[in-house]
Design a protein around this ligand. Structure first.
Ligand code: A3P
Length: 333
């Protein structure tokens, strides 16, 4: 028998067993989820459910409950937290490149062969599925969870958190285009904006997600680094250096002289990453219900694309919502 074939079969069996195991583990949460308020706007298995003030797909919630019950954070874990479509792929790439700069040379970095979501585990997708393993040298973990849903051990262990957010107008445009790539029903852009303003978006209300992390970054700046996509675009090198310091891996003078921060900036630029073969043709979470081409994570990578999508009425609505939501917080986009 061809040994590689037998190996493939073993891997397939293992995956099936992992999936079955994950299914059994998660089944017990279905009753709780069935009793949560549900957004019935679309008659679909992709309806959103409201849990502790935030909207989730039911499959995400199963994973969240499992994570909250079973995840033991390590004090050296660093969480990359973000609302979807805020620049997660970029921030994960930068963090990974910074943390692994002495492990790989410029041509062998795994980011050339895999999208950053595969280099850093995503807690609510990977932990319950059995595919979770911690890299002992690289304690980076990703999540879109709001602060109030993070496993308690993250706070007990005082884990560091890096958070990124983005102008809600650009974020909703990015979200609209991303949603089109999946087989679930989508709303018109106008309705998407309305629903977004009502808070009815995946992991929304967006502003509440941002404010929770913002407040914690004000209270515990040594624990939470709070970033905005627009600032990162404007002054990328400055934030790469800040990020390296926060991650506990500051650039040495020698590295600065050698232009290491610039090399990381160029390696993780939209132009470079989006043109890699793996990001043009690779598939993320292949075979799963949320399978998607890696290229969906790279659309335009610009600030202000909302101007090409918003009517004046939509702009006024979202700006007013932003103003109302952020009122008195001290935070602005
Ligand atoms: P657009 O849809 O506006 O182009 P996330 O990674 O959280 O899903 O966010 C996706 C957004 O980040 C997309 O925005 C995408 O193009 C942009 N993006 C991805 N990689 C980037 C990079 N290296 N630099 C800047 N923006 C990037």
């Amino acid at each position: 028998m061809d040994p590689s074939h037998s190996n493939e079969k073993n891997v397939a069996n293992l995956e099936t067993r992992n999936e079955e195991h994950a299914f059994q583990k998660l089944q017990k949460y279905q009753e709780i989820i069935a009793n949560l308020p549900k957004d019935e706007s679309i008659d679909s298995e992709w309806n959103l459910h409201l849990y502790q003030g935030f909207w989730y797909f039911s499959t995400t919630l199963e994973n969240v409950f499992y994570l909250q019950e079973n995840f033991n954070a390590d004090p050296t874990d660093i969480l990359i937290c973000s609302p979807p479509k805020s620049g997660t792929t970029w921030l994960k790439s930068l963090s990974f490149a910074i943390m692994t700069r002495n492990r790989f040379d410029e041509s062998s970095n795994p980011l050339f062969k895999a999208v950053s979501h595969e280099c850093i585990p995503h807690l609510e997708s990977d932990f319950a599925s059995g595919s979770f393993s911690r890299d002992q040298e690289l304690k980076l973990l990703g999540t879109h969870l709001p602060l109030n849903a993070l496993p308690k051990s993250v706070f007990i262990e005082n884990c560091k958190i890096v958070y990124i957010c983005r102008d809600p107008k650009d974020l909703v445009v990015s979200m609209f285009h991303f949603a089109k790539k999946f087989p679930w029903p989508i709303f018109s852009f106008e309705r998407t904006v309305e629903r977004f303003c009502e808070g009815r978006s995946y992991y929304g209300p967006y502003w509440d997600h941002v404010l929770e992390y913002w407040k914690m970054s004000q209270e515990k700046p040594e624990n939470v680094m709070f970033l905005k996509y627009e600032d990162m675009k404007e002054n990328t090198l400055f934030y790469i250096k800040k990020l390296a310091e926060f991650l506990g891996e500051p650039f040495s003078q020698e590295e600065e002289m050698e232009g290491v921060p610039e090399k990381i900036m160029n390696m993780c630029s939209f132009e470079n990453l989006s043109n890699l073969e793996v990001n043009k043709t690779g598939i993320h979470r292949e075979g799963s219900a949320v399978e998607i081409g890696n290229n969906a994570f790279f659309r335009k990578g610009e600030v202000g694309d909302w101007k090409n999508h918003f009517t004046q009425k939509m702009k006024e609505k979202i700006d007013q919502t932003t103003q109302d939501k952020l009122h008195g917080s001290g935070f602005t986009f």
